[in-house]
Design a binder for this molecule. Structure first.
Ligand code: RB5
Length: 145
């Protein structure tokens, strides 16, 4: 189960990705926005990230104008490792090396076709573990400082 969420700016991209997940047969929880009325991205980030932290969803995809506000908000939530990406290599390696559990995308930065490819690699690339596990553990320990 994948959580998806957006603010008003990310709504068109979130909708495109919702249809993409449906076409791929991926189950999702849609945390809104449900239209282009203004809604604040920190609140929308929290809705989806809470589902990841509780274990109800394996990962989340967050869309705002740039992807940056969503990633800032998401990374304040304990248990979240959010990456704001615009390219295939970064998405692939944030899964392989950082075990990112949240992907943030900018609806005003990339098109839906590119975003679909990024979501595909985000959902299908495993964490490499090994030496990267130690580093991920160090990242997560920063939450308690
Ligand atoms: C909304 O106008 C915009 O600021 C928001 O979607 C996002 O880009 C913030 O980082």
């Amino acid at each position: 189960m994948i959580a998806i969420s957006s603010d008003h700016a990310g709504y068109p991209l979130k909708e495109a990705l919702r249809h993409y997940l449906e076409a791929c047969g991926v189950e999702y929880r849609d945390c809104g926005a449900y239209d282009t009325n203004s809604v604040d991205y920190p609140l929308q980030a929290k809705k989806a990230c809470d589902l990841v932290v509780s274990g109800e969803c394996e990962k989340a995809i967050l869309c705002c104008g740039t992807g940056i506000g969503m990633s800032m908000a998401a990374n304040k939530i304990k248990g979240i490792r959010a990456a704001c990406c615009t390219d295939y290599f970064s998405v692939k390696f944030t899964r392989l090396h950082n075990d990112a559990n949240v992907l943030c995308l900018g609806a005003r930065v990339i098109g839906a076709g590119s975003a679909e490819e990024l979501v595909n690699v985000f959902l299908n690339t495993p964490f490499e573990g090994g030496r990267h596990q130690r580093r991920v553990d160090q990242v997560m320990a920063l939450e308690n400082e």
